[in-house]
Write a protein that binds this ligand. Structure first.
Ligand code: GDP
Ligand code: MG
Ligand code: ZN
Length: 484
């Protein structure tokens, strides 16, 4: 985790001390706050329902693979032993009738009957039972060489999902021609259609961080669950890494995959995932908008970026409230805060300190920043004086507030942000009324810029300690007057 200067307990503003790698504790009131994937979180979240009992859960889905498991289970055990990994080994059984149970018992693994049908059902049953910090999935048929775990394990702290990949440089696959063509086509359609920069989306040989997996609401029951997991993980801002491996032909028996009859479930998955990828629920929505194929959306993102970064240039301590995954958080040294954890996870790639928190209770000491950016936030929260007093509080006296919010043209807004944000605007300010309200708070308006027809961006200075604010106005004075 980054040491974040001037971070403070949002309840009492006391100092926060690390109490281990994944928790911060307030020195004054002793409240403690979790740290998720390196991001301190001040938003209450449900406690995880399962504790971690070992480093790794190995999940092997199997349907009539007794002959193959005889070879595979001992070689998994050997590999785990040589890597010194404390583990549990679960074989998720789909109702095998070939003596699988005996083989599983003989090699010291645990047999887990699956609760839901299909390959996807098997994985989900296994995920629900897993107690490892990490979860490894591999096929029972000998296609997935357990010695590859060494490279996957070495990559575990670089990403929440590590894929053993047939299709990146260094990877190979022993597959019949027809099978290869189908597999490559499927991967290409999902990759291009859903903007996923990964080569092998359908490899079932993967290493997951269990806490990441637990946050995904999975529905797939067939092999399509593999694409679903990946896309939901990306949409939640998790990181994916591929390591090359050599996919071997199965040892004994026949494949359970019927690509043709699974086509319908693949199509359905594609449709649902396309919606997810292109909605604001996807962690990288704002970042991708910058390169959008929709000209208006692209123009608008870039103009917004240019206006805000220009206004913030020269400031030394900058906070971006509601940073989302937009490129602004990557434009320089600044601290990002957002209420959506997934967007922050995505924004980790920019290398700046990030905080999961609320604009109503900023977890920073008074006068911590000389510039605060707050663009596209205040229309999403109720009109409340607290929003403005918190922004002012964390700014030093005379500091700069860059405040952006949509002006009247909601229909333009819907065009620049398809799939999205306009529906979530609950509070509508107008330029004149908001300007009057901010002035009454003692702020000085330096400039107002417009982004397309849709967003107005105020550059403001907060009062210096010597100035006395004029008579205050209620926050509702800043709102747009809707025609009666
Ligand atoms: N428990 C369970 N395992 C399954 C099911 N379908 C496939 N598997 C297992 O999943 C793995 C991959 O299946 P496989 O037939 O090899 O598919 P392919 O590698 O895509 O050709 C193998 O270990 C299968 O035994 C199922 O419905 N339930
Ligand atoms: Mg196979
Ligand atoms: Zn406190």
């Amino acid at each position: 985790m980054h040491a974040i200067p001037s971070l403070a307990c949002p309840a009492c503003r006391g100092d926060l001390r690390p109490g281990g790698e994944t928790v911060l504790t307030c020195a004054a009131c002793h409240r403690s706050y979790p740290v998720f994937e390196g991001i301190p979180s001040f938003i209450p979240s449900p406690a995880p329902d399962r504790s971690t009992l070992c480093q790794l859960t190995v999940l092997v889905p199997a349907l009539n693979e007794a002959a193959n498991l005889k070879e595979l289970l001992p070689s998994i055990q050997r590999e785990l032993k040589s890597l010194g990994i404390d583990h549990e080994l679960l074989v998720v059984d789909g109702g095998s009738t070939d003596g699988t149970a005996e083989v599983v018992a003989r090699y010291g693994a645990v047999l887990l009957p699956q609760a839901m049908p299909g390959y996807g059902g098997a994985l989900r049953t296994g995920f629900e039972r897993a107690r490892g910090e990490y979860v490894l999935t591999l096929d029972a048929d000998g296609s997935h060489d357990p010695t590859v775990l060494r490279e996957m394990w070495a990559a575990r702290s670089a990403a929440e999902v590590v894929i053993a990949s047939r299709y990146i440089h260094g990877g190979t696959a022993d597959m019949p021609r027809s099978r290869r063509i189908m597999s490559r086509t499927l991967n290409l359609v999902f990759k291009r259609g859903l903007s996923l920069p990964y080569a092998d989306l359908s490899s079932g040989y993967r290493l997951y961080r269990r806490r990441a997996l637990e946050t995904l609401a999975l529905r797939g029951t067939d092999f399509n669950i593999l694409e679903e997991i990946l896309i939901r993980a990306v949409a939640a801002g998790f990181t994916v890494r591929e390591v090359p491996f050599h996919y071997r032909a199965r040892l004994a028996g026949k494949t359970h995959a019927r690509l043709a009859s699974f086509a319908v479930s693949y199509l359905k998955t594609f449709g649902a995932m396309w919606k997810l990828r292109n909605s604001i629920a996807s962690a990288d929505y704002d970042a991708r908008a910058y390169d959008s194929l929709v000209p208006l959306q692209r123009y608008w993102q870039r103009r917004r970026y240019a206006v805000i970064t220009k206004l913030a240039a020269g400031a030394r301590r900058v906070l971006d409230v509601g940073c989302g995954s937009s490129r602004i958080i990557g434009s320089g040294r600044l601290v990002g805060l957002d209420i959506v954890l997934g967007k922050l996870r995505y924004a980790r790639r920019y290398g700046n300190p990030l905080v999961h928190g609320s604009i109503f209770e900023l977890p920073f000491k008074d006068a911590s920043f000389d510039c605060v950016i707050c663009s596209e936030v205040i229309e999403h929260v109720p009109a409340d004086e607290k929003v403005f007093s918190e922004l002012e509080r964390v700014l030093e006296p005379g500091g700069r507030l860059i405040l952006g919010t949509p002006r009247a043209l909601e229909w333009v807004y819907a065009k620049v942000s398809p799939g999205g944000y306009a529906d979530e605007h609950i509070t509508h300010y107008s330029r004149e009324n908001l300007a009057a309200y901010l002035t009454a708070r003692g702020m000085t308006i330096e400039s107002v810029d417009y982004v397309g027809g849709s967003e107005m961006i105020f550059s403001l200075r907060t009062a210096t300690s010597g100035e006395r604010p004029p008579a205050p106005l209620p926050v509702t004075a800043g709102l747009r007057h809707e025609p009666a």
